[in-house]
Design a protein around this ligand. Structure first.
Ligand code: GLU
Length: 283
């Protein structure tokens, strides 16, 4: 292997995605404040090292659902959207409060697929990201779940975070999940499943390994992570999937330690992000 994990130390623009299951307590669905506190500290510290940091945070629907007292994951679109309206505001309130402790300014960017498809909206979003990063702000991105419809929704934040990474030409994407990384099979069902720590090329065999294994809280399974890896690596970013149970794993990744699964950047000059978004079904 000619590639060294230590190269990750030199990454300059990092998108980090955290899923709903990593942000909430499994028992109650309430926000895991001590984990969010640590996450905010780690992100601020990456900023303090002079890196551009973008957080893609799920949790709007899960937090909204808990706030309004719904026991089950809502199926009805309008209920999900109402939960998202409550939860997104609450989520940002907590992030604002935690970032303020470190004098770090966050910002909220809510997107739909339309933001990416429409040339003017996409360029506007791109410019906004650039300005925020120049100001030293940490953008916090989510899908605009309150208004998105089937036609214009990304559906999962794994895909959204990879598209954001491609849009802003990030050189690194970290997906924090409730699984350690990629296995040859679903380790929760097959004890013989073997962990894969490095992926050079995403071929059909590998895509097959990413069978869906979605959780009760979030939306993405391994299949959406492989899709994200294709988008990120084709657009020139390395991607790591790691377990978000301990958010200090972000530091380990950035120090070049062998944790999670690393998908090596593999820029494809024929990969045109817009064509991909327009034509692909994501999952
Ligand atoms: N945008 C959704 C939310 O904030 C999460 C999507 C996902 O879990 O990937 O609730």
């Amino acid at each position: 292997m000619t590639y060294s994990r230590l190269d990750l130390k030199n990454k300059k623009r990092i998108v980090i995605k955290i899923g709903s299951s990593s942000l909430t307590h499994a028992e109650t669905g309430s926000l895991n404040l001590s984990k969010m506190e640590k996450l905010v500290r780690v992100l601020t510290d990456l900023r303090n090292q002079g890196k551009d940091v973008i957080l893609v945070s799920s949790g709007a629907i899960a937090v909204g659902r808990e706030t309004v007292g719904l026991k089950e994951k809502p199926q009805d679109k309008s209920i999900k959207q109402a939960c998202a309206a409550v939860g997104q505001a609450r989520l940002m309130m907590v992030y604002q409060k935690l970032f303020a402790e470190y004098n770090q300014v966050p910002a909220q960017i809510l997107m739909t697929k339309y933001t990416m498809i429409n040339d003017i909206s996409r360029e506007n979003a791109q410019n906004t990201f650039e300005e925020l990063l120049k100001m030293g702000v940490i953008p916090i991105v989510n899908e605009n779940d309150t208004v998105s419809t089937d036609e214009i929704e990304f559906g999962d934040n794994d895909t959204l975070s990879a598209l954001v990474a491609a849009l802003i030409k990030a050189d690194m994407l970290i997906l924090l999940s409730d699984i350690d990384g990629l296995y040859t099979d679903d380790p929760r069902k097959n004890p013989e499943a073997v962990f894969i720590d490095y992926v050079d090329i995403i071929d059909d065999k590998l895509s097959e390994m990413g069978k869906d294994s979605s959780t009760s809280v979030g939306t993405g399974g391994m299949a959406t992570k492989i899709t994200a890896a294709k988008i990120a690596t084709n657009s020139g970013a390395d991607m790591v999937i790691a377990n978000g149970e301990n958010v200090y794993i972000i530091n380990e990744i950035m120090e070049g330690n062998n944790v999670g699964t690393l998908f090596k950047a593999n820029r494809d000059k024929d990969f045109i992000l817009m064509d991909y978004i327009r034509t692909k079904q994501y999952s």
